[in-house]
Design a protein around this ligand. Structure first.
Ligand code: GLC
Length: 560
């Protein structure tokens, strides 16, 4: 495979050459279905997103990542793609997508689109063709479609289970089986097949030519399968499931890096484009492999997301991530919430050690301390935004939205709910449409009811309610993003500052050569207030009652 033509894009900031945008950028994730509804049908859409570009520009983010917006039956919120070159009609048209790309660019916002290479929808033309074709045909070879085991091939080819629950194989009417690591409506593509490889290069080109600045690559750790199809002897009940098994038959296989290098050399023929991997892997060292100079530009650090409210753990994970990324010439990519996990203000309101995925359904729900979680959520965002590298905010993080853990069961839409046999509630609680206004049937999300109901108290968390209130979470983010942009992006170094064990304190130089002074971030994860060091300016504080002397538990500050 060819080498990148422009490997210099992996180089860090220096006096002469500013770091590429993605290396220090703040990316705002737009779950388009739930962001803003422009036509009043209850589903978010591109028209709604376009109308909110001024909001995003004023927030001070560098880019947006749009979850899949392609034609899809939306069996898995659009991660079941029927046509990678068409827009889902509930979201809009390709012309609207092109207009959005242009308008975002004009507002100074880059756009990252979401590509799903591991699987298609069962409604994709290729799968429809495969179903109509004979066993052993070229049309079937684009997927993993195989005879079963046992008498009459009645048993699935392997014991693999789906991430969403149940077996990872479903049977076709003619007796063959097809592999789906996720929902049965999401057949896995066969990445050993040259036609599949070529098709995706073409899809990349399609979106690069339309001005996409980057790609978020879905299930980047899952594309390559062990073609000997061994049994696994273990289940795959979470995205992380089995990632620690050596030579796992479908997670994090070495062979996938070759494919990524091919994509990278295509991207490098364009200016300034990037890709970020969604790779749930076993260690910081495994993650860094995705970040080698001729592979991904970024890979989400899910260890950071999975960490309990514990200063020592955060210190360990940040230290490790910074070092492993530096080893391959890259920087870490931080994230605390996304469309797949319980929102972090709710996670941090649960006792450390709680399995929040099962807690959603099983509880006990009275252990949730929502106010505590909200305070910690604000502090955590200040911590994240002060770290070197890139940060991803999930829409609504800037409003301090909690998980809607008590959605009625009859509105659940995530395939996890059905596939788990109603044992796991799924991810709808973090996908509830955004509240824009205090009033209105969907709090300004659209003109009608939203596709998932919003809690009445979200009126007070709406953009309208928070705008102009200096104590609000929204204004806190606007302030932090503006300080970050002017002071924290020129230098990629971080130094730990001596602090009590339950406190996370680090220093970031504010100029590229370290002569412009520095900013310290202090986060108190303990139970007692602590004394702050001397400083010249209190730049940002997560606690509206912050004074100059002490830092309360569950609060964070940025000090000059
Ligand atoms: C990724 C997506 C998730 C989706 C899954 C299958 O993990 O983030 O939402 O369900 O892939 O595509």
């Amino acid at each position: 495979m060819s080498q990148p033509t422009n490997p210099s894009t992996q180089t860090p900031a220096s006096d002469t050459e500013p770091a590429p945008w993605w290396r220090r950028g703040v990316v705002y994730q737009v779950y388009v279905r739930s962001f803003a509804d422009g036509n009043g049908d209850g589903t978010g859409d591109i028209a709604g997103l376009r109308s909110r570009i001024p909001y995003l520009a004023a927030l001070g983010i560098d880019a947006i990542w749009i979850n899949p917006w392609y034609r899809s039956p939306l069996a898995d919120g659009g991660y079941d793609v029927a046509d990678y070159r068409a827009i889902e009609s509930r979201y809009g048209t390709i012309e609207e997508a092109e207009a959005l790309l242009a308008e975002a660019k004009q507002a100074g916002i880059r756009v990252i689109v979401d590509l799903v290479p591991n699987h298609t929808s069962e409604e994709h033309a290729w799968f429809v063709e495969a179903l109509a074709a004979e066993p052993g045909s070229a049309a079937r070879a684009r997927y993993h479609i195989r005879p079963g085991k046992g008498p009459g091939g009645a048993e699935p080819p392997t014991d693999w289970t789906s991430v969403f629950g149940g077996p990872a194989w479903s049977r076709l009417p003619d007796g063959e089986w097809y592999l789906h690591l996720f929902d049965s409506s999401q057949p896995d593509l066969n990445w050993d097949n040259p036609e599949v490889q070529a098709e995706f290069l073409d899809i990349f080109t399609f979106w690069l030519d339309r001005g996409a600045d980057g790609f978020r690559i879905d299930v980047a750790h899952g594309m390559v399968k062990d073609m000997a199809f061994p049994d696994l002897g273990a289940s795959t009940d979470a995205l992380l499931g089995g990632a620690t098994i050596d030579d796992h038959p479908f997670w994090d296989r070495d062979g996938l890096h070759e494919i990524v290098r091919g994509w990278r050399s295509l991207l490098d023929r364009y200016d300034d484009r990037m890709m970020v991997a969604e790779a749930w892997v076993a260690s910081a060292e495994r993650l860094a492999r995705y970040l080698r100079p001729d592979e991904y530009h970024q890979s989400f650090n899910f260890d950071f997301l999975g960490t309990d409210w514990d200063a020592a753990e955060f210190r360990r994970i940040v230290t490790e991530a910074v070092a492993e990324a530096a080893n391959v010439g890259s920087t870490p990519t931080w994230v605390l919430s996304n469309h797949d996990v319980v929102r972090h203000p709710t996670r941090y309101g649960l006792p450390n050690g709680t399995d929040w995925r099962t807690w959603l359904l099983d509880g006990p729900h009275d252990i949730l301390e929502a106010d505590l979680g909200a305070r910690r959520g604000r502090a955590a965002n200040l911590m994240m935004l002060a770290l070197p590298g890139s940060s991803y905010l999930y829409m609504g993080d800037e409003l301090g939205l909690p998980e809607v853990w008590d959605l009625p069961l009859d509105v659940l839409d995530d395939p996890v709910w059905e596939r788990s046999g109603h044992k796991a509630k799924g991810r709808d609680g973090c996908r509830v449409p955004l509240p824009w206004q205090r009033e209105g049937s969907s709090l300004g999300f659209g003109d009608g009811d939203a596709w998932l109901p919003q809690p009445a108290e979200w009126s007070g968390l709406s953009v309208e309610a928070q705008t102009g209130d200096p104590d609000s979470t929204l204004e806190l983010h606007r302030r932090a993003l503006s300080v970050r942009r002017t002071e924290l992006v020129d230098n990629e170094t971080i130094e730990w500052v001596d602090a009590p064990a339950t406190v996370l304190a680090f220093e970031r130089p504010t100029g590229s050569d370290g002569t412009n002074g520095s900013i310290q971030c202090w986060v108190n994860m303990g139970d007692e207030p602590i004394e702050l060091p001397a400083f010249t300016e209190l730049l940002v504080a997560s606690d509206p009652d912050q004074d100059d002397d002490t830092l309360a538990p569950n609060a964070a500050v940025w000090l000059r």
